[in-house]
Design a protein around this ligand. Structure first.
Ligand SMILES: [Zn+2]
Length: 388
């Protein structure tokens, strides 16, 4: 059991259709020298709050609790039970969320709706669309770490033999790089293109209008537009850690690399590993699964649950379009797919591209305006429970 994870129960008028609202308390580390100010000061300047966690995820945590407290102060009783799951180890893929799921399962709670961090209100992320877009994650990619390794005779670096361990490992990595996973437009990506395409510029609209029949072509276009759109339509593989000989003048007797793989919806850990073996095509190279989680099931967008999220976005950001999307990173929400069918990932903040890059980076900040709208979002969501 995690040490500081919290699971709070707010009793509603009915214990049917319980709702779980999530935010995590922990943050990633900082390199203080790289920050303009003190990363833990919470300075308010230029209309924004600056500091580690302001976007990920203490901002959400704060506005969620502010919405709940303000409603409690008004004597408001939610139409349905509300659970607040506030993990303390999301950034290290810890045990807090899993423990909350186990506890809820033990209590026989089957959430009607789960909402965690994820998408945001973004601008300029979709070609030809000027309006801000609220992207709501309806699934998240799986994560897989595979160690690939090989060994060979070592020796002195002054008399190397051809085809040693480092060469063999490098060849395996090069093969993986030159034969990436085939792209495909999955359901949520098609739905996003179809929905936003109607609002895109006149020149692009006809392309998006035929998204379904053009899916194979669009998928290939997506692989070239940006690293994000590429990651949206395929399983990605990157070698993150490499290890060879222990000394500069030593021929390696073994070489290893870690492949960090993000699995697209529709594929599985097993199918991915199978393809890796096929592409590496070398019996001298061993593959070992270090850690894995399957992609999350896709939550529906045609029910009252998504409708409620949509309505809450409209209350806070009336000018924004709303679309489902495939979340590329991982969140605690994935644990909840074990007990809930409707799991969404959305942080109710407007974020510029520049701000999105400060997530896990330097000078992270959230605007004061976005914080206010975040409170409006959660209040509307909680008040809307009766109508949904
Ligand atoms: Zn986070």
């Amino acid at each position: 059991m995690a040490r500081r994870g919290l699971l709070l129960h707010w009793r509603g008028a009915s214990d049917e259709h319980p709702v779980v609202l999530m935010a995590h308390q922990d943050v990633v580390p900082v390199v203080p020298e790289e920050w303009t100010g003190d990363p833990f000061s919470g300075d308010v300047r230029d209309g924004a709050v600056w500091g580690r966690g302001t976007l990920d995820d203490k901002g959400s945590l704060t506005v969620l609790l502010e919405a709940v407290e303000s409603l409690l102060g008004e004597g408001f009783v939610p139409a349905h039970d509300v659970w607040l799951s506030l993990g303390d180890d999301e950034e290290v893929a810890g045990t807090s969320a899993g423990a909350a799921v186990a506890r809820l399962r033990g209590l026989g709670v089957r959430p009607w709706l789960v909402l965690d961090e994820g998408g945001a209100v973004v601008t300029g992320a979709f070609p030809g669309v000027e309006a801000p877009v609220a992207v709501v994650g309806v699934t998240e990619k799986g994560i897989l770490d595979v160690e690939i390794s090989t060994s060979a005779a070592g020796g002195h670096a002054s008399t190397p033999e051809r085809g040693g361990a480092t060469w063999r490992l490098a060849r395996a990595i090069t093969r993986l790089e030159s034969r990436p996973f085939p792209p495909a437009m999955t359901g949520p990506v098609l739905e996003m293109v179809d929905g936003l395409g109607r609002h895109s510029s006149r020149s692009l609209r006809p392309l998006f209008a035929f998204a379904a029949p053009l899916a194979p072509v669009l998928a290939r276009v997506f692989t070239r537009v940006s690293p994000e759109t590429n990651a949206m339509v395929r399983t990605t593989v990157v070698a993150t850690m490499l290890q060879g000989a222990p000394g500069a003048n030593v021929v390696a007797t073994s070489a290893r690399a870690n492949l960090n793989i993000r699995i697209a919806p529709g594929e599985t850990v097993a199918s991915v590993v199978q393809r890796l073996r096929r592409v590496v095509d070398d019996e001298e190279v061993e593959l070992r699964v270090v850690a894995s989680s399957e992609p999350s099931p896709v939550s529906p967008t045609d029910g009252p649950q998504f409708g409620l999220v949509r309505a809450a976005v409209a209350a806070a950001y009336p000018e924004a379009l709303v679309t489902p999307y495939v979340m590329l990173g991982a969140s605690d929400a994935r644990h909840f797919t074990a007990i809930a069918e409707h799991v969404y990932r959305f942080s109710p903040f407007a974020m510029t591209r520049e701000q999105r890059e400060t997530l896990h980076g330097t000078d992270e900040h959230v605007t004061v305006d976005a914080l206010g709208r975040g409170v409006v979002f959660y209040r509307a969501l909680l008040r809307g429970l009766g109508a949904a």
